[in-house]
Design a protein around this ligand. Sequence first.
Ligand SMILES: Cc1ncc(COP(=O)(O)O)c(C=O)c1O
Length: 446
Amino acid sequence: MNSVPEHIVGRYVERTPKSQAMNERARRVMPGGNTRTGVHYAPYPAFMVQGSGAYLTDLDGNRYLDLLNNFTSLVHGHVHPALNDAAQKQLAKGTAFASPMVGQVELAEIICERVPSVEQVRFCNSGTEATMLAARAARAYTGRSGILKMRGGYHGSHDLAAATADPEADRGIPDGLRQNIFFAPFNDLNAVKSILAEHAREIAGILVEPVPHAGGVPLPRDKYLAGLRALADKHNVLLIFDEVITLRLSEGGYQNIADVVPDMTAMGKIIGGGFAVGALGGKRDIMSQFDPARKDRILHSGTFNGHSVTMAAGIASLQNLPQAEIDRINALGDALASGFDDAFKEAGIVGKTTHVGSLIQVHWRDGEIYNMDDVADGFRNAGELPYLLHLAMLHRGIYAAARGEYNISTVVNESEVHRAIAAFNESLDELKPHIAEQYPALIAAS
Ligand SMILES: Cc1ncc(COP(=O)(O)O)c(C=O)c1O
């Protein structure tokens, strides 16, 4: 290995001594020093201590433009005055009451109005709980146990969501559950067709993220989502959209863009105004299974479900996210993605982005990216490059996910997008000698 990576890592360590010390302290009391797999990166993550608008400050006082936004939940950046004010006002009135609360009704009304497929809503505390509830509701409604999901898709961390097509990777997930999961590659209608032809009577629902986000943002092929709808109808299987992330892409989520109406929709992130949230929405006859007055009700309780502060901030979040604002951040996302694509070309390095609106993913490969196997292929060929690029971008004051995932909040402006693109250009230039030496296949033919 030549000196470039060491230089990049060394420079990071030099700038973050307090994070390094805190990481050592953290490792004594938390496995690996943190409590969330996705925020870890080597040599240790910077500890963020303050957010303000579009910026984050770490323990050592380094300032970053935040293009991660707590993995998309902070669609209005940090300490947005309207969200903050709403939360503060509710805090002053008390946090949680063991009763239904007015804020729950108000947020549910806003969601039902925005998302046409959603007639009723059930709140919970995370996207994980939302997809877990969706599966339970589908099973109760159909009387079947199986769930068909897409290979490499991410739906949270409960057993069904975390199970992969690889039993070796699924430590701690019971075999009994695995037997009720069917996997198809994303964007492959024929695979779904043949699974349903053989197993429809065992399958309660198809769980799919309309654009898999952690799955690398492969776009759904034309008619793919409509095809899933048709197959679900044909076999009396429920179609569940996981819009925990993609809800931000239009007022009515990606289902509005695709013009496909699922039976249930899992939501989270932006509907909580920065606080822990999840929600399941759907057709009235499916959702009514949660009606506590029904003898055959599905039990769904939770001390913090529909938390009053979350509801207040969530209402402010959606009120400040009309279609015009969504269009604006989607356009900024387009600009960031094409700037990154141009940077790869200018640097003569093989790489590209996939993106939809304000969601962008960097790949170390070219060619079409249809599903998560294609995405994994790019990462496999790139070794430590995503991690080095991440450190190089941090050095230039740009914060994103270590795996190359970026998103735009409403408090980011055009010049900040240009700054991120300039940082990307410089970072690729800096990495190029290392790539040429270690990954010659990633140097573009001139
Ligand atoms: C598509 C999708 N579904 C579900 C979840 C789980 O949400 P949470 O982290 O709130 O449990 C996530 C989290 O990123 C997600 O991206």
